[in-house]
Design a protein around this ligand. Structure first.
Ligand SMILES: O=c1nc2n(C[C@H](O)[C@H](O)[C@H](O)CO)c3cc(O)ccc3cc-2c(=O)[nH]1
Length: 319
């Protein structure tokens, strides 16, 4: 079975681990969000691609969900001693090596997709990991700054420095409208037997991937089941601060509202948590097959069961 998964960072990566244990023989292509990418200290950092690569490759800091296990911060401390920031973004020494290799390869002319493949040669994630695009896309968030008034900040500044503590007036994937899908993205979608949306952020992760011209259309036209898992459980994000960016696009933080945000033109099936069983009828009325199952990725087994439920729902809508 050929499965295409659109993935953000931590939620996407953990879901993928469950999916791989549920269907070890599956051929999985991951289309990773690159809107969170940031240039720091002259280096290109790709948080979501790295989170998937490290998680599936066994190098992730498990509790944190991002960055490397057994990490040290000597370089960051030395940079801070020179007064060079930002100090709010935690790049560790081991992680720095990844960004150095990536930046060096890109400076030599390799596209991000080729660089990602090269990095994965070390990590062997067991999936084909593709960036959504080789072009530069950067998600910016429009906020009101107490001193400077309304201004756009990089997504990472909003997420990590500000902890999404101020309202987001708009979320803009800068450059997405001009971006082309990376090599292999449209082909993987066209050849897929099923497309899955993990419980990743519907705006800044999956929404950004869908904003690359051609991706949404390819998924809608693939003629295969498209099944998503709600990142909202009991009207709150399972992790992260998805509610803050959902508000910016005028979507309520409920499992049903997120399903309708994707819409029946894209989504065939939607899993909600048992606590949201009351939303099933509303989602089905919107033309999307819906089922309530446990959706907390508490451990590997629970996550594998979620993935199996998503595939079972895909077979139900295919029939
Ligand atoms: O909350 C944080 N998240 C950090 N993240 C996670 C990241 O900001 C977001 O969670 C994702 O971009 C959202 O998917 C990092 C991810 C990386 O790959 C590399 C460095 C960081 C650093 C931080 C950090 O300092 N604080």
């Amino acid at each position: 079975m050929r499965i295409v998964v659109l993935a953000g960072g931590i939620g996407g990566a953990r879901f993928l681990r469950g999916l791989m244990s549920a269907v070890p023989e599956a051929d999985i292509t991951v289309i990773g969000n690159t809107g969170d990418d940031i240039h720091l200290f002259g280096l290109k950092v790709c948080p979501d691609l790295d989170t998937v690569m490290y998680t599936l490759g066994g190098g992730i800091h498990e509790e944190q969900g991002w960055g490397r296990a057994d990490e040290s911060f000597a370089v960051k401390e030395e940079l801070a001693a020179y007064g060079v920031g930002p100090e709010w973004f935690g790049l560790g020494d081991r992680d720095f090596a990844t960004h150095i290799v990536r930046t060096q390869m890109m400076s030599a002319g390799y596209p991000l997709s080729a660089v990602t493949e090269a990095l994965c040669a070390r990590w062997q994630p067991g999936v084909r990991l593709l960036p959504m695009t080789d072009d530069r896309v950067e998600t910016h968030v429009l906020i009101d700054d107490p001193d400077e008034g309304r201004k756009a900040v990089h997504f990472q500044e909003y997420w990590v420095r500000l902890r999404a503590s101020v309202p987001a007036h708009a979320v803009v994937p800068v450059g997405a409208d001009q971006a082309k899908p990376a090599p292999g993205v449209l082909e993987a979608i066209a050849e897929a037997d099923v497309v899955l949306f993990p419980p990743s952020n519907p705006v800044v992760s999956i929404g950004t991937i869908l904003a690359v011209p051609g991706v949404r259309e390819a998924i809608a036209d693939a003629g295969v089941p498209v099944v998503g898992l709600s990142p909202i459980v009991g009207d709150a994000p399972v992790r992260g601060m998805a509610d803050k960016v959902l508000a910016a696009v005028g979507v309520e933080s409920t499992a049903a509202a997120v399903a309708q945000h994707y819409g029946s033109g894209l989504l065939d099936g939607w899993l909600v948590d048992l606590v949201d069983a009351g939303a099933v009828d509303e989602v089905e009325a919107a033309g999307i097959r819906c089922k309530a199952v446990p959706l907390m990725m508490t451990d590997a087994e629970a996550t594998a069961r979620m993935a199996a439920e998503a595939l079972a729902l895909a077979e139900e809508v295919r029939a």
